[in-house]
Write a protein that binds this ligand. Structure first.
Ligand code: ATP
Ligand code: MN
Length: 151
């Protein structure tokens, strides 16, 4: 029943914990895991920082390159952890709004379960729940979500 698991990851400790949890579940069910990193352009262009029209293309591109490489490296490490448990993984990178892309990918691949962290990379650790996780559980979808708490 839980064969296709989707793990959205931002490279944080808690998302690593979520990935490990998902690998254990997938090992039990004989399932596989899709790792998804969403690169969020809004973080470095747009209203609060530099207007998009004033951001030189080469700067946007090199920032995106940097973020993509970091995401690839993170997912590579997670894939190794999955391999140690005999779980096959697929790596996906998307550009856009994390909540939207997570839901889109989950529905596209008909995931049985989304496994994600309660928190992520943000330094604002006072919140009960990170905004990406909050957004995912408040989106109208039939796909269940399992939230792994931070240590
Ligand atoms: P906030 O971003 O709201 O200030 P936060 O960083 O602590 O707080 P979230 O961003 O909601 O919390 O992170 C919670 C979980 O959401 C992470 O553990 C990860 O599973 C997932 N996540 C967060 N950002 C991304 C992203 N860009 N791509 C994929 N998954 C993400
Ligand atoms: Mn975050």
């Amino acid at each position: 029943m839980i064969e296709k698991l989707l793990v959205p990851t931002d490279g944080s400790e808690t998302s690593r914990k979520a990935a490990k949890y998902a690998f254990s579940l997938a090992a039990l069910s004989g399932g596989s895991v899709t790792l998804l990193s969403v690169i969020n352009r809004d973080l470095f262009i747009g209203k609060p920082t530099i207007p998009a029209t004033m951001t030189p293309t080469h700067i946007v591109e090199s920032l995106e390159d940097f973020l993509r490489q970091a995401a690839e490296q993170d997912m590579q490490e997670l894939e190794k952890l999955g391999g140690q448990k005999g779980v096959g993984t697929r790596q996906v990178i998307r550009y856009g709004h994390p909540v939207e892309e997570i839901i889109k990918e989950a529905e596209r691949e008909k995931a049985d379960l989304i496994v994600m962290g309660s928190h992520g990379k943000s330094a604002l650790n006072a919140a009960v729940l990170g905004s990406v996780t909050f957004g995912v559980i408040h989106t109208d979808t039939k796909i269940p979500v399992l939230i792994v708490r931070r240590s």
